[in-house]
Design a protein around this ligand. Structure first.
Ligand code: GLN
Length: 501
């Protein structure tokens, strides 16, 4: 206890020091108050006896308790993780350990883990326990990672503020009066508050990158197909991607190379060898960097615009070529995204009918009544809104006007990127138009909320990878995240550029 208090106190002083001298305003943000700087460093410290894995888990569990008000976790696996710590500590000491030995990872509650609850933060899946484990999670476990719990999120990953959760909203650890972003708000908050070493999230239209930006951590969304979606509860199947929240690039690279790769259980997973990202982070390559004018227009906060300008200047002074580009169909991305994802969601969510999974209403007479009342009582407002919108755009009279049209525009948006990547290696943009907003500020205005994804949805429409990295802070001390995008399956360039920064 004394050790923990002292440790927290040291962390507190360190943060004060960092804030006072503005040390964290560029590059790496010092979020890690634990005694190691990365997962590999942690393994070395356990190996040398400097760190006990069991103590480390106990410390994280106490930190989770002390930060209960953040509401970052839906479930914490206290007993299991302590047991795993003992087992893996022995493996590390005897030299038979694997890549992620002892890395403590939190999992967004839309990913299945056998015999554990998988609720998607929805009442309709209350009490549901998964029958199998998602491939991405299984790969972490196979590499000796420790799963500490399941994180809160917007219901079925629909939202940008984590205010649409049956478990209540999550607070931003940097400023508790603000949202952590969404939909993977719990994962972002858990990493930012040092409640775990890293977390998995999912990104259908920005749900990793936007909360990472709001909480001041690294959020990595791989290319569509890079990571198997088997065991991920589908929201919009042609958009959904599993990715990482980390405190540094080394950890992002390490976890990504573990979870990536072809999986026979997901026919959309990409069949090609996975590069060893973590061993290839250093490069002398001077990437050509595109600045798209459509991402720097009206609606972008001045402070974020200044951050982009300052990074572009800095890079150009280091002989990176900065090229002004245009992605002309950007203005249609939000509309296209919300037509296509709601269409896919309305179909994917048809399976929750009270008969097969989770919640069944007590108030049901006939079978149809049972469907109706289970869905009416089980789903929250935002999910219902999307099911209705999606059903509408797929209906016979409107299919051509909306759904088919949106599919064509999706292709145009992808073509914009293909063209741009003939001239540039990476595209630099803001991650979000503003820093973290106040809780309740946008919850009554869905359109306003949807606009907070304006810089992230295009990557999912095109299937390309993106990273949000913490760059600086605004005048309120809130993190500013910036985004790099790369062409499909060029995750390595994103990691190398961010590592260089
Ligand atoms: N905020 C976006 C939405 O509400 C993105 C969600 C996501 O990426 N899962 O659809």
């Amino acid at each position: 206890m004394v050790v923990m208090l002292t440790h927290d106190f040291v962390g507190y002083l360190l943060n004060k020091f960092i804030n006072r001298f503005n040390l964290s305003t560029k590059g790496r943000r010092f979020t890690n108050l634990l005694k190691y700087s990365s997962i590999s460093d942690k393994i070395n410290k356990v190996k040398s006896g400097e760190l006990s894995l069991k103590d480390n888990i106990s410390e994280l569990l106490s930190r989770i308790k002390a930060n209960k008000h953040l509401n970052a976790f839906n479930f914490v696996f206290e007993v299991d993780s302590l047991k795993e710590a003992e087992r893996i500590e022995v493996k590390i000491k005897s030299g038979t350990y694997r890549k992620l030995a002892g890395a403590v990872i939190a999992i967004k509650d839309v990913l299945s883990i056998k015999d554990k609850p998988t609720t998607c933060s929805s009442k309709i899946l209350k009490d549901f326990k998964a029958l199998y484990t998602a491939t991405a999670v299984q790969k972490l476990i196979d590499e000796d990672a420790i799963i500490i719990g399941k994180t809160n999120c917007d219901e079925f990953a629909m939202g940008s503020s984590n205010e649409n959760s049956a478990f209540g909203n999550v607070l931003n650890p940097v400023d508790n009066s603000r949202v952590p972003g969404g939909s993977s708000g719990g994962s972002a908050a858990a990493v930012a508050a040092d409640l775990c070493d890293a977390a998995l999230g999912t990104d259908t239209g920005g749900s990793i990158r936007q909360p990472a930006a709001f909480c001041g951590v690294y959020g990595f969304k791989p290319s569509y197909g890079r990571v198997s979606r088997y065991g991920l509860t589908a929201f919009a199947s042609s958009f959904d991607c599993i990715g990482t929240f980390t405190k540094n690039i080394e950890d992002a690279a390490l976890i990504l190379e573990v979870i990536s790769g072809k999986d026979n259980l997901d026919s959309t997973s990409y069949d090609s060898p996975v590069p060893e990202y973590s061993k290839n982070l250093s490069t002398k390559k001077k990437f050509r960097i595109g600045l798209p004018k459509e991402y720097l227009g009206e609606g972008l906060s001045e402070e974020i615009r200044n951050a982009i300008d300052s990074l572009a200047k800095e890079l150009s002074s280091k002989s990176f070529e900065i090229i002004h580009i245009s992605l002309p169909h950007t203005e249609y991305s939000i509309a296209t995204y919300y037509i296509l994802t709601t269409a896919e969601a309305s179909s994917n969510l048809a399976r929750y009918d009270g008969a097969r999974y989770g919640y069944r209403s007590e108030n049901s007479g006939t079978l149809i009544d049972m469907y109706k009342s289970s869905r009416s009582e089980g789903f929250g407002t935002e999910v219902k809104r999307r099911i209705m919108l999606g059903t509408y755009v797929l209906s016979a009279g409107y299919y051509d006007a909306y759904y088919l049209k949106a599919q064509k525009v999706r292709r145009l948006i992808k073509n914009d990127f293909d063209k741009a990547f003939e001239k540039v290696d990476l595209i630099l943009t803001p991650t979000t138009p503003t820093t973290a907003f106040k809780i309740g500020e946008k919850s009554d205005d869905p359109l306003e909320m949807y606009l907070s994804d304006i810089y992230t949805t295009s990557a999912n429409l095109a299937g390309i990878p993106g990273i949000s990295f913490p760059y600086s802070k605004d005048s309120n001390g809130l993190p500013i995240g910036l985004q790099f995008l790369a062409k499909q399956f060029d995750e390595l360039s994103l990691l190398q550029m961010s590592y260089y920064l």
